[in-house]
Design a protein around this ligand. Structure first.
Ligand SMILES: Nc1ncnc2c1ncn2[C@@H]1O[C@H](COP(=O)(O)OP(=O)(O)OP(=O)(O)O)[C@@H](O)[C@H]1O
Ligand SMILES: [Mg+2]
Length: 369
């Protein structure tokens, strides 16, 4: 899979940008605050329907303009495809695939697959479970048909169950209906848990191997899906039963706090190096290596699942990696389409990437060199 063209109208600091990308490595360089990340962001929006950094869609529209458009032309297998995202300050976002309007973001995800990697993604390793769940959900939504739908249904049911818990404080008779919500929550939740477990098991082996190589056999990276529901391998029926049981057991505390305490919305991933939890004991460098291993595994996982390479988006990562890790990453990007941003072109030029294209970014204008 590779992107052929990007067209941005009134997007961030771009008035009207039209660029063609090469199949290999596309390097965007320039000083700070010129519009490099904005390009990565636009591709990520075409891929997932959402920005990886903006709170609101309106922030994406160029100041003093009413609307904005992102258009990405790409090749998938033998087909030419086009994604258009229309943003308007007063209207809902509109997305089109090959000219046909999509009703749901779920219909967009999985068309143009991407893996994004920036220093900000250290949050996956360092921060709390929210970032970790988002990491799993974005990948699984891209590769597993139905995952995104199940997630949306799960979160909707969760909200309804929580509303009922709140209402039950005033009117306890309403609790009679909670079984309906428990049943639905366990139904969709089980599907999410099963997918996430399988994903973590697969990615754990891949990232362990990669990390071992980068750390010159010194470190063993471990990943564990930490679920609030007991997991039984390949037994969805049993997981659902465990889920229902857990909901019954925690009903008192759920009622007291007006929130549901068990389920995949509470789950986490734990990362270990040589058996010790990374968050607590590892150095910055070890954490960066773990993230690099994880991101390369993500890429391999998507390739294995879909049979096609995703587009890799590397925002300012080279300056953060030492030469050994830079070399390791470069070996991967040689064979897939990559969009790289950097402030110092020397960081990447030294690797003499054949078939790469260099673009200079300055004040919302891009020039091919
Ligand atoms: N909605 C908007 N309208 C106009 N300009 C915007 C908007 N949002 C952000 N900008 C401008 O875009 C620029 C930031 O772009 P971007 O984040 O792509 O920078 P960058 O080149 O990646 O910089 P760095 O090297 O610091 O990461 C800033 O100058 C900012 O003022
Ligand atoms: Mg940037």
């Amino acid at each position: 899979m590779y992107i052929k063209k990007i067209n941005l109208k009134n997007f961030r600091n771009y008035r009207d940008l039209d660029i063609e990308l090469c199949k290999g490595v596309n390097i965007f360089y320039g000083n700070n605050a010129q519009g490099k990340t904005n390009i990565i962001e636009s591709v990520y929006i075409a891929s997932t329907g959402k920005s990886h950094r903006a709170q609101k869609d309106a922030d994406l529209i160029k100041w003093e303009y009413e609307d904005s458009k992102i258009k990405v032309d790409y090749q998938k297998e033998d087909n030419e495809k086009c994604i258009e995202v229309y943003l308007n300050r007063n209207l809902q976002k509109q997305i089109k695939l090959n000219g046909a309007r999509l009703c749901k973001i779920g219909d967009l995800i999985g068309n143009l697959n991407t893996v994004i990697f920036s220093p900000d993604h250290m949050k996956i390793i360092k921060n709390g479970p929210v970032e970790k769940r988002r990491f799993m959900d974005i990948i699984l939504s891209q590769v597993k048909p139905g995952y995104y739908y199940n997630l949306v249904q799960y979160l909707r049911t969760l909200k309804q169950r929580n509303n009922l818990l709140a209402e039950a404080k005033i009117n306890s008779s309403i609790l009679k209906t909670i079984d309906i919500w428990n049943e639905q929550l366990a139904y969709f939740g089980t599907k999410i848990i099963t997918c996430r477990h399988e994903f973590i098991n697969r990615i754990c082996c891949m990232s362990e191997d990669i990390h071992k190589t980068i750390s010159k056999e010194k470190e063993k990276l471990g990943l564990k899906y930490n679920s609030s529901i007991e997991y039984n391998i390949n037994l969805e029926k049993k997981i659902k039963e465990n889920f229902m049981e857990a909901l019954k057991k925690t009903i008192k505390i759920d009622l007291k706090r007006g929130a549901t305490h068990k389920g995949p919305h509470r789950d986490d991933i734990l990362f270990f190096i040589n058996g010790k939890e990374i968050k607590k004991y590892s150095s910055q460098g070890q954490q960066r290596t773990a993230l690099l291993s994880l991101k390369i595994s993500e890429l391999k996982y998507i390739e294995e699942e879909t049979g096609e390479s995703p587009v890799l988006l590397l925002d300012d990562v080279f300056s953060e990696l030492d030469i050994e890790r830079q070399k390791y990453l470069v070996e991967f990007i040689r064979r897939i389409q990559t969009i790289i941003t950097c402030t110092n072109i020397e960081h990447i030029e030294k690797f003499k990437l054949d078939g790469s294209t260099i673009y200079r970014v300055a004040e919302g204008a891009v020039e091919k060199e």
